[in-house]
Design a protein around this ligand. Structure first.
Ligand code: ADP
Ligand code: GLC
Length: 483
């Protein structure tokens, strides 16, 4: 089974969130399951620096509209998926974030940047592909690749079957109608079953309408997005495709996220030997300037600071949390108002609240290991990886009952403790009151050493590796292209 996996980001080189992690870990898991996988991703500066020996292998033509000519650079290493780097310096040779310019605003030509990625994906998956490698499946991820299945169906017919995965329905790639020509599209494409979406052009809508199969990253989110409340304007379309929509829970990379071997940690531990975790807590308290209490629970946050993640609720209960004799560490960036709210909280509580605005992979690992409890009260969460990292790190997560959080975290109650299934705390409504009540429950439980240990060990015993999800994708590919 040959898979062309197309993604706008890939960890560790280019990552803004969970999609980067998924794109780094799912393709190798598919290789393990016997697939032949190539990953198509833009040739960003970080990838050029990481693979200086990558060589151009194929030239692609300009595609009409404003989509320029490009080249593919190939990176091949035994046993791992090959990378196909889409080289077009005018579009991708820019520093920093893959989607935003230095001012923090979307690049003005994002429609061309990701239009080209989608267009090239379709060419490589279609009958006119210049490669001698023909994929059975074109697997696209999020809006940045949403035009891939559309171009494949209408501009490169007869090629691979297409799968479109929704990692986050909130991002839809919506552009002004005038962009149609730039993308090599015409009036023929401008209708409700084409790329048109309420008078605008939507990359994601086109992919969701025309991919052969749709997946999203948890079973609960697959149901939620078919409701008007959570369908972000696409619920009707998704309901019409319910028979071709599956939720496949993400995995985590258990080599990168393993407290027994994690290269970023000052001490190691596992399910049976938790002593190293106390050392990690002291080390992270020291690193961040927190008082080195071991009799206060340390709550951790590592996140994009956006409305989705419900962190305004954490900021709202910050003072009350400190009054419970608990500590808080926050690593994140995004919404300026939230950044300021957390900075102010840290100023009010020196030694008890530490805030780092920015993106740091090593610190993210040290917080996962050093915190006692991980806070993730998301308003919606397609899957969420951090709660799974927390479970693996013996850091019971406190989450809201939504999306992938509901599929991975079992609330701690006397019944679930007795059943051995409790692994965290689940809060109902997205309100500061409900969050605070749940934090109080967590603090009370933390004070009971035996129960807390049981909670940690239940989480650390969960299998969130990629082997099972990869098998489910493979079964799906096979159902689309019986071999
Ligand atoms: P999302 O993709 O919605 O942001 P996920 O939980 O799926 O949420 O994945 C987020 C990923 O990004 C995790 O690997 C998390 O550790 C990482 N991450 C988010 N913010 C930061 C940050 N400020 N520094 C380091 N890693 C971060
Ligand atoms: C998105 C979602 C997150 C998910 C990730 C990877 O960014 O917000 O919930 O885990 O994609 O699928």
């Amino acid at each position: 089974m040959k898979i062309l996996f197309v993604t706008p980001e890939i960890a560790p080189w280019v990552k803004t969130g969970g999609l980067g992690d998924v794109a780094a870990a799912l393709p190798p898991a598919l290789v393990q399951a016997g697939c032949d996988v190539r990953v198509l991703v833009p040739h960003y500066p970080a990838l050029a620096a990481a693979f200086p020996d990558a060589r151009p292998v194929i030239r692609l033509p300009a595609f009409g509209g404003q989509l320029p000519a490009s080249e593919l650079f190939l990176v091949q290493a035994a046993g791992t998926p090959s990378l196909l780097l889409l080289d077009c310096p005018a579009l991708f040779d820019r520093p920093g974030n893959p989607y935003l310019g230095p001012e923090g605003r979307d690049w003005l030509d994002n429609h061309l940047r990701f239009g080209l990625l989608s267009r090239v994906a379709a060419r490589l998956a279609g009958n006119a592909s210049p490669l001698d490698w023909r994929p059975d499946i074109l697997h696209c991820n999020d809006w940045q690749t949403g035009l891939g299945p559309y171009y494949l169906r209408f501009y490169e017919p007869g090629g691979a079957a297409s799968v479109m995965t929704i990692h986050n329905l909130a991002f839809q790639g919506v552009f002004a109608a005038q962009r149609l020509d730039d993308l090599g599209l015409t009036g023929k494409d401008w209708h409700i079953d084409g790329v048109e979406y309420y008078g605008h052009l939507s990359f994601l809508k086109a992919g969701l309408r025309h991919a052969d199969w749709l997946t999203t990253v948890s079973p609960t989110y697959a149901r939620e997005i078919q409701s008007e409340a959570e369908g972000m304007g696409l619920a009707g379309l998704l309901r019409s495709r319910a028979a071709q929509l599956t939720g496949i829970l993400n995995g985590i990379d258990t080599e990168v996220w393993n407290p027994a071997t994690d290269i970023h940690l000052p001490a190691h531990y596992d399910r049976e030997h938790l002593a190293g975790k106390a050392q990690c807590k002291r080390a992270v308290q020291r690193e961040l300037g927190l008082a080195e209490h071991d009799d206060r629970p340390l709550f951790g946050v590592v996140s994009r600071l956006t409305h989705q993640k419900g962190l305004d609720l954490v900021a709202a209960i910050g003072d009350a949390l400190v009054a419970l004799a608990a500590q808080l560490v926050v690593l994140g960036s995004g919404d300026k108002t939230l950044e300021e709210a957390f900075a102010a909280l840290a100023e009010r509580h020196p030694g008890q609240v530490a805030v780092r605005i920015g993106f740091s992979e090593p610190l993210a690992h040290r917080i996962e290991a050093g915190a006692d409890c991980f806070l993730m009260p998301s308003r919606f969460e397609p899957c969420g990886l951090n709660q799974m990292y927390s479970l693996a790190y013996g850091t019971p997560p406190l989450v809201r009952a939504t999306g992938g959080l509901a599929d991975t975290v079992t609330d701690c109650t006397p019944e679930t403790l007795a059943a051995g299934s409790a692994n965290g705390f689940v809060c109902g409504p997205a309100t500061a009151e409900a969050l605070f009540d749940t934090v109080c429950r967590a603090v009370a439980c933390w004070q009971d050493e035996q129960n807390w240990r049981a909670l940690q060990q239940n989480g650390m015993g969960c299998d969130f590796g990629w082997a099972q999800p990869a098998q489910r994708y493979l079964d799906l590919y096979r159902s689309l292209r019986p071999q």
